[in-house]
Write a protein that binds this ligand. Sequence first.
Ligand SMILES: Cc1cc2nc3c(=O)[nH]c(=O)nc-3n(C[C@H](O)[C@H](O)[C@H](O)COP(=O)(O)OP(=O)(O)OC[C@H]3O[C@@H](n4cnc5c(N)ncnc54)[C@H](O)[C@@H]3O)c2cc1C
Length: 501
Amino acid sequence: MTAKNMPETVLVTGAGIAGLFTALALFPTGRDILLLERDGPPPEGDVDVVFADWKRRGVGHLRHSHAFLARLRAALEAHPALMDDLHAAGVREITFADMLPPNLKAAYVEEPGDHALGVLTSRRTTLELVMRRFVERQANVRIQSDVFVDGLILEPATEGPPRVVGVTGREAGSDVEHEREWRADVVVDAAGRSTQLFDWLAEAGVSVAEAEEDAGILYYTRHYRLRPGVSEPSREGAPPATGDLGFIKYGLFNADAGWFSITLAVPEIEAELRAAIVGPDTFQQVCQLLPGIARWTDPAISEPMTKVFGMGDLRSRWRSLLAEGQPLVLGLFAIGDGLVRTNPLYGRGTSFAAVEAEALRAALEGSDDPARRLARYQVKIDSDLRPFYEDMLRQDRSAIRRAANARNPDHKPGLRARLFNSFARDGVGVALRTDIATLRAALRGFHMLDAPTDWLKKPRHMGPVLASWAKGKRRNAAHYPPNLGPGRAEMFSEIGLAEAI
Ligand SMILES: Cc1cc2nc3c(=O)[nH]c(=O)nc-3n(C[C@H](O)[C@H](O)[C@H](O)COP(=O)(O)OP(=O)(O)OC[C@H]3O[C@@H](n4cnc5c(N)ncnc54)[C@H](O)[C@@H]3O)c2cc1C
């Protein structure tokens, strides 16, 4: 409550994933929440109509594959009625038991924490639609569509940082656009990867430091639907449906209503492959050359439902509205991709938004003082998300190096690289396929339930890793994954590309 005993008002720019998580985290606190969204509302109709027809100029990646981690499910599970809505809309759950290879499944005994490792699978449009309808049903949440926010209303301070008290924007009327102001006690920017917030702050003399790195890949996604009456191919003993061949990474994303999607991620330096793969025939050819994918994209099993969507400009970026522990601006929070952007390969972006929304709620509930609130918010983000961000940067830098090496047939890895590869493949990889406790702990890190690599520092898990490594390839022979796909030369030749270096 504010001093006047009225509910605090919260204005959110953007009703994408982070805006919706903000509403979800804050509505139980009784605050009055208004989301301003540039795009129109979803069309009437079922999830397939929404997937086909929802126009989202504000979200270029709406129709790219989205994996939702266990951490995201944990945030949604705080709202049982929303979980019911998601299930009713066809969103599916994959449990920890479903993820186990056959040798571990046979002896599996459920442990109390295993439920938390389950994940939800659906098209992004389905998740977003259901979340949106759920928050819109709450009495203290409103979404105003077709409003393009184009500036901040700032109150300059004689001392200390300026305070944001609202935003300006244009409402798209039927025939005319009106410039308007919206004011609130708290302003939240959830305008996504291309937010203009930081330009507006710079114009007002508030300069926010940011660190940015290229993810080094481009994304190519195509959606498929199982043919009527055909069941999903079994995963038991099958080649993995995700893989990294150095010159290409691939993943299959289960979705809802018989849909699934395939994403092929191509390193930036593979210019010829990038140009070719956007063609639907080449995309299909590549899929048929990847054993874990070919079983799904076989024309007898499924049919392609969309063109190949391509997306570049993938970079990681970290921003903070605190500088040396001091707030740069008051009354304003940034959330979602506008604050922290991650490489989509890790499937963490939506979970980051969920964690940030929970941090925002804790910050607003914990203090009335705007400076303290911002500090609390940012400290929580630093402690909970920074380790995942750093871990991702390390992996991305290594993947960029490997992609460059893959183009050089004369490249011979040095001793250090050979040792690391052997440790990862013969130690970590085998332990994950043979020791369920190690797999459980690693998945908790992957799914953001625990810090990303803490499990590897524990003797309980390092033991099996070292034991597997010591056994060597011959004695581990039964525990390697089947062939993940052809080498670069073979793939290029099959799809008719010259193997340019
Ligand atoms: C190719 C790709 C694949 C991805 N895959 C995954 C994945 O598998 N798993 C995962 O967890 N994450 C994934 N992500 C990341 C995830 O999509 C983002 O982290 C998430 O969308 C962030 O939510 P957001 O609300 O910040 O941005 P968005 O969801 O993009 O929403 C921003 C909203 O703000 C609105 N808006 C923008 N400007 C204005 C304005 N001026 N006025 C009013 N409204 C405005 C937009 O219309 C939009 O609705 C992927 C990202 C990309 C690019």
